[in-house]
Ligand binder design. Structure first.
Ligand SMILES: *Cc1c(COP(=O)(O)O)cnc(C)c1O
Length: 365
């Protein structure tokens, strides 16, 4: 490369593959003595007269994370305080009394926000089985937003995104896809026609169970400006350290997803043959598995407290494997079986993960 050319991955080769983008996107220009990584910029305000002006309007560390995530999803990203901060900002866009179509099984906080907005007469929510494409298409009439989560939490249903996008756009609705479970490496909803992709970057993207962060990504410049304007106004902005940690995590996203997924596939194969497990749900990709314990919810609780390696904890997408019985949460959908345990498969040795699950399952008697 000539010395005066900026050497971001996009200018070097726009067709770089995802693993290379995960490593290289969002780095500073390669000037002599420039740091390889974007530094943590702790700034509540900036010297006046520039583009940023105030800390709520932008930060170079957020931008580095946004460039990297945007590169993986194929759009322009905006980081938020948390996944739910991003959800609230997107839902704030709809007009009063607007119809929002959403999956009946979805992240509890997303359903919680919709329920709250509905209760206050702010929106009308129409909950659907997102895997029943005909039902989703039929619900799109007059909708302002069709909200997709795929795979869903924690039932792991998969949506036909292109078919839903076609029906939603026909009805004049925007399509939002919560891509947290799939990650941009396994599913690129913008390529399938979605208008907004949303992430809880707290999960796989940051990947180490230490930072809360959210993000939205869009290709529509007008939608980007509107979302940026709402973020400025509502203030659901990321912490600088969190954005930095999430970018650090994103550098190994492809390695973690590959290993977690391989572990999940192998564990699913073994769990399906285990007599203590009544049902295994796995969409065929990703690192989240749901099992139903044959002996019921008490046995499921006992399982979660009998593992030594698997951590009993909520959340998912970390390097460490964790598990929990979802119905222990009062707000979980009552259509989720009481004995369902969600497994977030990490990057440990799969035989150690299996041995630990088996010793815990053996304790169920
Ligand atoms: C965790 C999660 C959220 C919420 O994200 P936070 O970062 O915890 O606010 C939204 N959607 C899905 C699918 C999630 O798993």
């Amino acid at each position: 490369m000539p010395d005066d050319s900026p050497t971001t991955p996009e200018t070097v080769a726009p067709a770089l593959r995802p693993a290379t983008r995960a490593v290289h996107a969002g780095r500073p220009a390669r000037d002599p003595d420039a740091p390889l990584n974007t530094p943590l910029t702790m700034a509540a305000t900036y010297v006046g007269g520039g583009d940023l002006e105030y800390g709520r309007y932008g930060n170079p560390t957020w931008t580095a994370f946004e460039d990297a995530l945007g590169s993986l999803e194929g759009g322009r990203a905006l980081a938020f305080s948390s996944g739910l901060g991003a959800v609230a900002t997107v839902l704030d866009l709809v007009a009063n009394d607007a119809v929002v179509v959403a999956p009946r099984h979805a992240y509890q906080g997303t359903l919680g926000q919709l329920g709250d907005l509905q209760l206050r007469g702010r929106v009308q929510s129409r909950l659907v089985d997102i895997a029943d494409t005909d039902a989703v298409v039929a619900a799109c009439d007059d909708a302002a937003i069709v909200w997709i989560e795929s795979p869903t939490n924690p039932a792991l249903e998969v949506a036909d995104i292109p078919a839903i996008v076609a029906a939603a756009h026909e009805a004049g609705a925007y399509v939002v896809v919560d891509n947290t479970f799939a990650t941009p490496l396994l599913q690129q909803p913008l390529d399938q026609g979605a208008d907004i992709v949303l992430h809880s970057a707290t999960k796989f993207i940051a990947g180490h169970s230490d930072a809360l962060l959210g993000a939205v990504v869009t290709r529509d410049p007008q939608l980007y400006d509107v979302l940026k304007g709402r973020r400025d106004l509502l203030g659901a902005i990321p912490g600088t350290l969190e954005a930095w940690l999430a970018l650090r995590g994103l550098r190994t996203l492809h390695l973690r997803v590959e290993r977690s997924q391989a572990n999940a596939v192998e564990l699913v194969r073994r769990l399906e043959a285990h007599p203590a497990i009544e049902r295994v749900r796995y969409p065929g990709f990703g690192a989240i598995v749901a099992i139903e314990v044959a002996k019921g919810p008490l046995a499921a609780d006992l399982l979660c407290r009998s593992t030594r390696l698997w951590v009993f904890a909520t959340s998912l997408g970390g390097v460490e494997s964790s598990l929990e019985r979802r119905r222990r949460w009062k707000g979980e959908a009552t259509t989720i079986p009481e004995s369902l345990v969600r497994l977030s498969v990490g990057v440990e040795d799969v035989d150690d993960l299996w041995d630990d699950l088996v010793q815990a399952l053996d304790q169920l008697g």
